[in-house]
Design a protein around this ligand. Structure first.
Ligand code: PGA
Length: 226
Protein backbone atom coordinates (compact mmCIF):
# COMPACT_ATOMS: atom_id res chain seq x y z
CA UNK A 1 0.00 0.00 0.00
CA UNK A 2 1.33 3.43 -0.91
CA UNK A 3 -0.80 6.52 -0.43
CA UNK A 4 1.21 9.64 -1.14
CA UNK A 5 0.31 13.28 -0.74
CA UNK A 6 1.60 16.22 -2.75
CA UNK A 7 0.39 19.72 -2.03
CA UNK A 8 1.10 22.84 -4.06
CA UNK A 9 0.35 26.50 -3.96
CA UNK A 10 -3.04 27.32 -5.45
CA UNK A 11 -1.41 29.36 -8.22
CA UNK A 12 0.88 26.55 -9.35
CA UNK A 13 -0.82 23.22 -8.62
CA UNK A 14 -2.24 22.75 -12.13
CA UNK A 15 1.14 23.37 -13.79
CA UNK A 16 2.86 21.00 -11.36
CA UNK A 17 0.35 18.20 -11.85
CA UNK A 18 0.22 18.68 -15.64
CA UNK A 19 4.00 18.27 -15.76
CA UNK A 20 3.76 14.95 -13.91
CA UNK A 21 0.80 13.88 -16.06
CA UNK A 22 2.98 13.96 -19.17
CA UNK A 23 4.90 10.90 -17.95
CA UNK A 24 1.72 8.85 -17.51
CA UNK A 25 0.47 8.89 -21.10
CA UNK A 26 1.60 7.03 -24.19
CA UNK A 27 0.50 4.54 -26.83
CA UNK A 28 -1.83 1.85 -25.57
CA UNK A 29 -2.17 3.38 -22.12
CA UNK A 30 -5.69 3.02 -20.73
CA UNK A 31 -6.69 6.16 -18.89
CA UNK A 32 -9.80 6.76 -16.81
CA UNK A 33 -10.50 10.47 -16.50
CA UNK A 34 -12.89 12.42 -14.31
CA UNK A 35 -14.45 15.71 -15.36
CA UNK A 36 -15.65 18.73 -13.39
CA UNK A 37 -14.51 21.95 -11.87
CA UNK A 38 -11.37 20.62 -10.21
CA UNK A 39 -9.70 18.90 -13.14
CA UNK A 40 -10.56 21.57 -15.74
CA UNK A 41 -7.47 23.73 -15.05
CA UNK A 42 -5.28 20.61 -15.17
CA UNK A 43 -6.70 19.35 -18.47
CA UNK A 44 -6.36 22.77 -20.09
CA UNK A 45 -2.60 22.52 -19.55
CA UNK A 46 -2.27 19.12 -21.19
CA UNK A 47 -1.22 19.21 -24.82
CA UNK A 48 -0.56 15.57 -25.70
CA UNK A 49 -1.92 12.19 -24.62
CA UNK A 50 0.59 10.23 -26.69
CA UNK A 51 -2.12 8.05 -28.28
CA UNK A 52 -3.49 6.89 -24.94
CA UNK A 53 -7.13 5.80 -24.83
CA UNK A 54 -9.63 7.34 -22.42
CA UNK A 55 -12.52 5.88 -20.49
CA UNK A 56 -14.82 8.59 -19.18
CA UNK A 57 -15.17 8.02 -15.42
CA UNK A 58 -18.86 8.75 -15.29
CA UNK A 59 -21.77 10.41 -17.07
CA UNK A 60 -25.07 11.97 -16.07
CA UNK A 61 -28.26 10.42 -17.41
CA UNK A 62 -31.17 12.43 -18.76
CA UNK A 63 -29.23 15.38 -20.14
CA UNK A 64 -29.34 16.02 -23.90
CA UNK A 65 -26.25 15.26 -25.95
CA UNK A 66 -23.98 18.31 -25.92
CA UNK A 67 -25.52 19.69 -22.72
CA UNK A 68 -22.98 21.76 -20.76
CA UNK A 69 -23.52 19.51 -17.75
CA UNK A 70 -22.60 16.29 -19.56
CA UNK A 71 -19.24 14.87 -18.59
CA UNK A 72 -18.52 14.13 -22.24
CA UNK A 73 -19.10 17.80 -23.11
CA UNK A 74 -16.68 18.82 -20.36
CA UNK A 75 -13.89 16.45 -21.32
CA UNK A 76 -14.16 17.48 -24.98
CA UNK A 77 -14.12 21.18 -24.07
CA UNK A 78 -11.41 21.01 -21.38
CA UNK A 79 -9.10 18.42 -22.93
CA UNK A 80 -9.83 16.76 -26.25
CA UNK A 81 -10.71 19.82 -28.31
CA UNK A 82 -7.28 21.39 -27.91
CA UNK A 83 -5.19 18.26 -28.50
CA UNK A 84 -3.48 17.86 -31.85
CA UNK A 85 -4.54 14.22 -32.13
CA UNK A 86 -7.96 13.21 -30.91
CA UNK A 87 -7.61 10.10 -28.75
CA UNK A 88 -10.10 7.27 -28.55
CA UNK A 89 -12.75 8.21 -25.97
CA UNK A 90 -15.02 5.49 -24.60
CA UNK A 91 -18.11 6.73 -22.80
CA UNK A 92 -20.97 4.97 -21.04
CA UNK A 93 -24.03 5.09 -23.30
CA UNK A 94 -26.49 6.87 -21.01
CA UNK A 95 -28.77 7.48 -24.02
CA UNK A 96 -29.29 3.76 -24.66
CA UNK A 97 -32.86 2.47 -24.18
CA UNK A 98 -31.51 0.07 -21.56
CA UNK A 99 -28.92 1.92 -19.44
CA UNK A 100 -28.36 -1.10 -17.20
CA UNK A 101 -27.15 -3.17 -20.17
CA UNK A 102 -25.17 -0.16 -21.45
CA UNK A 103 -23.42 0.12 -18.09
CA UNK A 104 -22.62 -3.60 -18.19
CA UNK A 105 -21.11 -3.32 -21.67
CA UNK A 106 -19.08 -0.27 -20.61
CA UNK A 107 -17.85 -2.13 -17.53
CA UNK A 108 -16.81 -5.09 -19.68
CA UNK A 109 -14.76 -2.78 -21.91
CA UNK A 110 -13.06 -1.26 -18.87
CA UNK A 111 -12.31 -4.68 -17.37
CA UNK A 112 -11.01 -6.17 -20.64
CA UNK A 113 -7.63 -4.48 -20.24
CA UNK A 114 -8.13 -2.69 -16.94
CA UNK A 115 -7.14 0.87 -16.14
CA UNK A 116 -3.49 1.90 -16.17
CA UNK A 117 -3.99 5.37 -14.80
CA UNK A 118 -7.04 7.08 -13.30
CA UNK A 119 -7.56 10.73 -12.40
CA UNK A 120 -10.49 11.29 -10.05
CA UNK A 121 -11.90 14.18 -8.04
CA UNK A 122 -13.54 14.27 -4.64
CA UNK A 123 -17.25 14.98 -4.31
CA UNK A 124 -18.60 17.30 -1.65
CA UNK A 125 -20.08 14.20 -0.02
CA UNK A 126 -16.95 12.08 -0.36
CA UNK A 127 -17.96 10.32 -3.55
CA UNK A 128 -15.50 9.15 -6.19
CA UNK A 129 -16.94 9.31 -9.69
CA UNK A 130 -20.61 8.68 -9.00
CA UNK A 131 -19.81 6.10 -6.36
CA UNK A 132 -21.99 7.84 -3.81
CA UNK A 133 -21.92 7.28 -0.04
CA UNK A 134 -23.02 3.70 0.57
CA UNK A 135 -20.80 2.36 -2.23
CA UNK A 136 -18.55 -0.51 -1.18
CA UNK A 137 -15.06 -1.10 -2.60
CA UNK A 138 -16.28 -4.08 -4.64
CA UNK A 139 -19.08 -2.18 -6.41
CA UNK A 140 -18.58 -2.42 -10.15
CA UNK A 141 -19.51 -0.19 -13.09
CA UNK A 142 -23.25 0.41 -12.95
CA UNK A 143 -26.26 2.71 -13.09
CA UNK A 144 -26.52 4.76 -9.91
CA UNK A 145 -28.96 7.14 -8.24
CA UNK A 146 -27.29 10.45 -7.51
CA UNK A 147 -26.97 12.05 -4.10
CA UNK A 148 -28.65 15.49 -3.88
CA UNK A 149 -25.26 17.26 -3.70
CA UNK A 150 -24.19 15.59 -6.96
CA UNK A 151 -27.37 16.75 -8.69
CA UNK A 152 -26.70 20.26 -7.37
CA UNK A 153 -23.14 20.15 -8.65
CA UNK A 154 -24.42 19.39 -12.15
CA UNK A 155 -26.18 22.77 -12.09
CA UNK A 156 -22.82 24.42 -11.42
CA UNK A 157 -21.56 22.84 -14.66
CA UNK A 158 -24.45 24.44 -16.54
CA UNK A 159 -26.74 21.40 -16.80
CA UNK A 160 -30.08 22.42 -18.28
CA UNK A 161 -32.04 19.93 -16.17
CA UNK A 162 -31.31 18.31 -12.81
CA UNK A 163 -29.94 14.79 -13.34
CA UNK A 164 -31.00 12.13 -10.83
CA UNK A 165 -29.00 9.18 -12.13
CA UNK A 166 -25.83 8.33 -13.97
CA UNK A 167 -23.44 5.58 -14.99
CA UNK A 168 -20.14 5.35 -13.18
CA UNK A 169 -17.05 3.21 -13.29
CA UNK A 170 -17.17 1.33 -10.01
CA UNK A 171 -14.92 1.47 -6.99
CA UNK A 172 -13.83 -2.07 -7.85
CA UNK A 173 -12.36 -1.07 -11.21
CA UNK A 174 -10.73 2.00 -9.67
CA UNK A 175 -9.23 -0.02 -6.83
CA UNK A 176 -7.83 -2.40 -9.49
CA UNK A 177 -6.28 0.45 -11.51
CA UNK A 178 -2.48 0.39 -11.60
CA UNK A 179 -2.28 4.01 -10.47
CA UNK A 180 -4.83 6.53 -9.21
CA UNK A 181 -4.51 10.27 -8.72
CA UNK A 182 -7.01 11.99 -6.46
CA UNK A 183 -7.09 15.71 -7.27
CA UNK A 184 -8.63 18.04 -4.69
CA UNK A 185 -8.51 21.82 -4.64
CA UNK A 186 -10.25 24.69 -2.91
CA UNK A 187 -11.22 25.71 0.59
CA UNK A 188 -14.68 24.19 0.10
CA UNK A 189 -13.14 20.70 -0.13
CA UNK A 190 -10.96 21.03 2.96
CA UNK A 191 -13.32 19.44 5.47
CA UNK A 192 -14.42 16.51 3.33
CA UNK A 193 -10.79 15.88 2.32
CA UNK A 194 -9.80 15.76 5.98
CA UNK A 195 -12.56 13.22 6.63
CA UNK A 196 -11.45 11.20 3.61
CA UNK A 197 -7.87 11.12 4.86
CA UNK A 198 -8.37 10.64 8.57
CA UNK A 199 -11.85 9.19 9.11
CA UNK A 200 -12.71 5.52 9.42
CA UNK A 201 -12.49 3.70 6.11
CA UNK A 202 -15.97 2.75 4.96
CA UNK A 203 -18.86 3.29 2.56
CA UNK A 204 -20.04 6.51 4.25
CA UNK A 205 -17.13 8.23 2.43
CA UNK A 206 -16.10 6.10 -0.58
CA UNK A 207 -12.95 8.20 -1.00
CA UNK A 208 -11.58 6.60 2.18
CA UNK A 209 -11.08 3.37 0.22
CA UNK A 210 -8.38 5.03 -1.86
CA UNK A 211 -6.17 4.92 1.25
CA UNK A 212 -6.12 1.16 0.68
CA UNK A 213 -5.16 1.46 -2.98
CA UNK A 214 -1.66 0.12 -3.70
CA UNK A 215 -0.59 3.20 -5.68
CA UNK A 216 -2.65 6.32 -5.08
CA UNK A 217 -1.42 9.91 -4.90
CA UNK A 218 -3.39 12.85 -3.59
CA UNK A 219 -2.62 16.09 -5.41
CA UNK A 220 -4.06 19.04 -3.53
CA UNK A 221 -3.66 22.76 -3.35
CA UNK A 222 -2.91 24.42 -0.04
CA UNK A 223 -6.48 25.70 0.20
CA UNK A 224 -7.70 22.10 0.46
CA UNK A 225 -4.79 20.56 2.32
CA UNK A 226 -1.83 21.64 4.41
P1 PGA B 1 -15.80 19.05 -8.88
O1 PGA B 1 -16.42 17.60 -8.78
O2 PGA B 1 -14.41 18.91 -9.36
O3 PGA B 1 -16.68 19.77 -9.85
O4 PGA B 1 -15.87 19.64 -7.49
C1 PGA B 1 -15.68 16.60 -8.19
C2 PGA B 1 -16.51 15.35 -8.09
O5 PGA B 1 -17.71 15.43 -7.85
O6 PGA B 1 -15.93 14.27 -8.22
Amino acid sequence: MSFQVESFDTATWADEVARRFASRVGPGRRLCLATGGTVGPLYRRITDLGAAGIFLLDEFGGLPLGDAGRCETMIRRDLLDHLADSPCLVVPDVDAPDPVSAARRFGEMVCEGGIDFAVVGLGANGHIGMNEPGSKPDTTTRVVDLAPSTTENAASYGATTAPTWGITIGMAELMAATEVWLVVTGRHKREILDRALTGAIGPHIPATYLREHPNCTLFADTAAFG
